[in-house]
Write a protein that binds this ligand. Structure first.
Ligand code: SF4
Ligand code: SF4
Ligand code: SF4
Length: 378
């Protein structure tokens, strides 16, 4: 059974009330540290590991920006367990990626209090800096995005495509949820969702009260809108890359910088085959490839890189959009990977991040699966 507590904006600022909330967590020894988005000097918001209560003044968990998928940061905190409890404040796509990394033995959640935030989307990093420099605040964003004004900024840019098609505005599998969807402006409801969460509430001495009325309907409405947009993106993408030639054209601008791979939280190989000697060819190899058609675009093997990456991780793609955000050549990597992942995940009835108990499709083999491919008959 879940319980709720309500935080009310202090001096008009929800960040002040959230700073007090996290301060209580540290002071009551619920955790030793909080990993939470916080303002940086001179600009921007980054995940920050905070152990000193006075450093919490800079927190801004709902800021519409996520410069990296923080699941990767949590692997650094937990791959060798510290034995010290830490609260980590994450978006849905980050928690889902984290759970996949746990299955891949890259991370551990035993010492973590997982705090999921309602997510109305994130701006691309450069756009967020413009948003911040223009004086707009997280409260402005939440008021517009939770109301009927939407997520478009006054300057005309919108949240990342990945967010416009994300079916997970609320974070599943969190111990504690910070809820703004369905709440009035200036309010944040804390949902204590697991035993770990309920114990934290008691240790912090917070009252349990009724949750936000209308939250479920508001969450469902956001999911419905985003799912419709997602389906349109998928069908456009299936049309756009429906043959090898079309896929090659989609990836024509790829310069093999591997930023998309580095930004992807679930691209897990310690050593990527594309940076090994397998793909370091002697010069005459390139010339003989060129001889075959009379020309050859360089760098080579861009399509092969993406196909290989898809094979490795399309069952695990959580749709966070960091691959497109990291691409210097505006290649729509997210739309491509999500549309392929959609089919892979449907084929295995696998939803990354749904449960720690579900084995990843590539990690298990059932003798009678995919018989139309293996040709095996009972
Ligand atoms: S992909 Fe979903 S959870 Fe992730 S930042 Fe965008 S809206 Fe939030
Ligand atoms: S492929 Fe892109 S959208 Fe999918 S998990 Fe990786 S970075 Fe996120
Ligand atoms: S980030 Fe863009 S250019 Fe770099 S490897 Fe990925 S798709 Fe290619």
């Amino acid at each position: 059974m879940t319980e709720y507590s309500k935080l009310v904006a202090q001096d008009g600022s929800i960040n002040k009330s959230l700073a007090s909330f996290f301060r209580t967590m540290l002071e009551k020894n619920v955790v030793d540290a909080v990993l939470v988005p916080a303002h940086q000097n001179p600009k921007g918001v980054m995940q920050t590991l905070i152990t000193a209560p006075e450093a919490l003044d800079a927190v801004d968990p709902f800021a519409p920006v996520a410069p990296t998928n923080s699941a990767r940061l949590v692997t650094r905190l937990t791959n060798v367990p510290s034995g010290r409890p830490v609260a980590v404040v994450m978006r849905s796509c980050e928690i889902r990626a984290l759970l996949e990394l746990v299955k891949l033995k890259q991370a551990n959640v035993d010492d973590l209090l997982l705090i999921g935030i309602d997510c109305l989307g994130r701006y691309e990093n450069a756009d967020y800096l413009k948003y911040e420099q223009g004086g707009a605040t997280t409260e402005d964003f939440l008021k517009a995005a939770c109301g009927d004004k939407g997520t478009k900024s006054a300057d005309g840019f919108d949240v990342a495509v990945a967010c416009r098609i994300c079916e997970y505005p609320a974070a599943d599998n969190a111990d504690v949820r910070l809820c703004v969807i369905g709440a009035s402006p200036g309010e944040v409801f804390v949902e204590w969702a697991t035993e770990k969460g309920l114990n934290a509430r008691k240790a912090m001495g917070l009252e349990a009260e009724a949750g936000p009325a209308g939250r479920d309907a508001a969450v469902q409405q956001i999911k419905k809108t985003r799912t419709a947009q997602r389906d349109k993106v998928f069908s456009d993408m299936y049309e756009h890359v429906g043959s090898m030639e079309k896929l090659r054209d989609h990836l024509a601008g790829c310069i093999n910088c591997y930023n998309c791979r580095a930004a992807c939280p679930v691209c897990y190989c310690k050593e990527c085959v594309f940076v090994t000697d397998t793909f370091r060819h002697p010069g005459d190899q390139y010339l003989s490839w060129g001889d075959k058609r009379g020309f050859m675009k360089m760098p080579t093997e861009t399509v092969l890189f993406h196909l290989t990456r898809m094979t490795h991780m399309s069952a695990l793609c959580v749709g966070c959009g960091q691959c497109s955000s990291a691409c210097p050549n505006d290649i729509h990597v997210t739309e491509l990977f999500r549309s392929v992942a959609n089919r892979t995940q449907a084929r295995f009835d696998y939803h990354p991040g749904r449960s720690l108990d579900e084995p990843q499709p590539l990690a298990v083999f059932y003798a009678e699966e995919l018989t139309e491919v293996t040709g095996q008959v009972k």
